[in-house]
Design a protein around this ligand. Structure first.
Ligand SMILES: Cc1cc2nc3c(=O)[nH]c(=O)nc-3n(C[C@H](O)[C@H](O)[C@H](O)COP(=O)(O)O)c2cc1C
Length: 445
């Protein structure tokens, strides 16, 4: 990882949580029209964005009141397509930008995923990243044969084995195994194609991979778990980490914990950047940006907020008492095997586990958390660039930012591409734009 700032657009929430209805969104089209994604990919590439990222979750949120109704009614984290064919179509109209695709190691099989990602790395000419997630939502688990989520630590053990199998499969056909000698008709050298004979706790895979090595060999590996166990998993295999952006102090702690874990694994902390999930509303004036934000803030409904928060925390907040002791709520969430982080984790960090918070305040804070407006950068390109520059330095100048939750799609990202990235480039913060490099290469520049 170089000292340059790298940028990504998170397209996981480009239509959910009411964004489909905001001015500047899906005008003349409706989700999931592939042309909107293609146009945005071209715009982002021109602006020098390194990566388009697609998060995933396959279950419709149903933790709130034990029902999918609120999520369906308000479009909360739903609908979501499998983005792999969309990536193929965006790759056809671009040359440099990378694509990050998410699959869950808790539910998928590594042979299928390794083979699919190998094909996508071919189709994108080496511009693919794999965001491997342990999954923290019971709605996802219920679609894959589980009544409840696998235990938190077990999910990470399975993730590490899943990645080990994928890596062995990607390495199972040596780069020079393919001969394609037209005179003799020999296609490949069998001495360079190896079974992996993996027999572990979770998976049994003979191998080798039934495809030819892809341009990057292995896609760039991304991991986003923020718990100590999640950070330990990142230190084992991640090339790039996604971090939550709640405060500079918590980001610095995350960076320190990751660095220590990387050193323990014998890896160089300078090689692994963190992209901080960041919401930026960029306008031609401060007033314009603030007005757009205020309009979106008016949009939310308590049922929608409840569906979002309960899904992400794995706990039904619909019957919370009038006063809630944060530490006790954290324990109840842990007991559901959901993530100890999230909204409740950050409230505990802010106020301490013994703090009692009223139900109303909990939902008010939750609403800002759900909209990501608890840490939004809002203003002109100059003022947002100042904040990013400061934040980049304060968190070790390794990685950069993943812009998330645009107010409108593609409008919110088009503003960043048109106004903010030229300002960052003018300040010399971004790496020079390269032609036809793999994603791994452009992240190193
Ligand atoms: C920026 C960012 C993006 C994430 N994207 C996804 C995603 O697409 N799908 C998913 O199931 N989890 C996603 N997560 C959640 C993490 O992968 C992880 O499951 C969660 O942080 C809980 O892990 P932990 O208990 O180790 O903190 C994301 C987290 C962050 C910070």
């Amino acid at each position: 990882m170089s000292g340059s700032m790298h940028l990504a657009f998170d397209l996981s929430f480009s239509h959910t949580e009411g964004r489909w209805a905001r001015p500047g969104s899906w005008a003349g089209t409706s989700f999931p029209d592939v042309r909107v994604f293609q146009e945005l990919a071209m715009t982002a590439e021109r602006a020098g964005i390194d990566l388009l990222f697609f998060g995933d979750g396959s279950g419709i949120p149903d933790t709130w009141r034990g029902s999918i109704d609120s999520a369906v009614e308000w479009g909360i984290q739903w609908p979501r397509q499998d983005m792999s064919p969309f990536i193929a179509s965006m790759a056809a109209v671009t040359k440099n930008i990378g694509f990050g695709l998410t699959y869950s190691s808790t539910f998928m099989h590594p042979f299928y995923v390794a083979r699919l990602l190998n094909s996508l790395d071919h189709v994108t000419s080496g511009r693919l990243a794999f965001n491997v997630v342990a999954s923290s939502r019971s709605a996802d688990a219920n679609n894959y044969g589980f009544d409840q989520l696998m235990e938190h630590a077990k999910r990470y053990e399975r993730m590490e084995e899943f990645v080990e199998v994928c890596q062995a499969l990607w390495d199972s056909v040596e780069p020079d195994a393919i001969i394609t000698d037209r005179e003799t008709g020999r296609f490949a050298d069998p001495a360079k194609v190896h079974p992996i004979n993996h027999d572990g706790e979770f998976f049994k895979v003979k191998g080798p991979l039934s495809s030819v090595p892809s341009p990057q060999g292995r896609p760039v590996l991304i991991q986003a778990g923020n718990s100590p166990r999640g950070i330990a998993a990142s230190a084992k295999f991640a090339d790039l980490v996604f971090g939550a952006g709640s405060s500079v102090a918590s980001q610095q702690r995350h960076r320190e914990q990751l660095d220590a874990a990387l050193v323990e694994e014998g890896r160089n902390p300078a090689d692994v950047g963190i992209l901080w999930s960041t919401q930026a509303v960029v306008g031609r004036s401060d007033d314009e940006a603030r007005a757009r934000l205020a309009e979106t803030l008016e949009f939310w409904d308590e049922e929608a907020v409840g569906a979002y928060l309960s899904h992400n925390s794995g706990y039904d907040f619909s019957d919370l008492p009038d006063t809630i002791v944060l530490g006790e709520l954290g324990e109840l969430i842990r007991a559901q095997q959901a993530s100890p982080g999230g909204l409740v984790g950050s409230l505990i960090e802010e106020f301490g586990p013994d703090h009692g918070i009223s139900r109303d305040e909990f939902f008010e804070r939750g609403w800002r958390h759900a909209t990501h407006f608890d840490h939004v950068l809002c203003g002109t390109a100059e003022s947002v660039a100042d904040s990013l520059e400061e934040n980049f330095e304060a968190t070790g100048s390794r990685g950069g930012f993943m812009f998330s939750s645009p107010l409108s799609m593609p409008g919110g990202y088009a503003d960043i591409a048109e106004l903010l990235t030229p300002e960052l480039r003018r300040r010399g913060l971004l790496a020079p734009q390269q032609e036809n490099s793999t994603l791994r290469e452009s992240l190193r520049s």
